[in-house]
Design a binder for this molecule. Sequence first.
Ligand code: UDP
Length: 239
Amino acid sequence: MAYEKKEQLYEGKAKKVYATQDPNVVIVSYKDDATAFNGLKKGTITGKGAINNRMTNNLMRRLEAKGVPTHLVEELSDRETAVKKVSIVPLEVIIRNLSAGSFAKRYGVEEGIVFDAPTIEFSYKNDDLGDPLINTYHALALKLATAEEIALIKNYAFTVNELLKGFMKEIGIDLVDFKLEFGRTADGQIVLADEISPDTCRLWDEKTHEKLDKDRFRRDLGGAEEAYEEVMRRLTGVE
Ligand code: UDP
């Protein structure tokens, strides 16, 4: 089926979403815009949109093959993909294998501590409030999801971690941490949505520990474009 791009439904920080002729399918279009610190820092990572689109689809196809349901329908072009229309569960699901970022800051520890077991945390997806940390009791109280949905989301998130850690290890990368978002389809199924890219994962070269992710932009380290290209090149062997 050829999906036609209709009216724009939404513009977020890194993507635009368009309607199609199918009410259950939308088109996401990835931008090169980069933001950090809840939108306070703004910039551009040239070529990022195309890389994040293709990397997300590459990883989601492989997760689907291992039994994780995703929103992916069909890659349409370098920057555009048809996905199932979902209502996003307003929880950012963060899994960590090593200490970094806000975890290191919050608990006053250095980055790079290897955990014995992965951790999970949730943030309430709400820009006005700055995406505050939330526990599952709070999520239930706020009716953000049902207990069954939260249990399923936790399960999927840890499964994605094991699979993604493996995919990254194959290409010499340590998966430090990442953020997932889930959505509900029209028929109420919970599926993995949003993206899996260097914007949403911390990826360190296993040997040099070089950062191959958005921290290059957040921390003004330079070389963000090259880092995103490097991950894509290793993942597909072509980029
Ligand atoms: N993350 C994300 N979007 C957010 C917050 C975090 O994709 O709004 C990702 C981030 O790239 C990292 C992981 O989630 O891979 C954990 O982020 P952390 O809580 O350490 O926050 P940060 O240091 O990025 O503010």
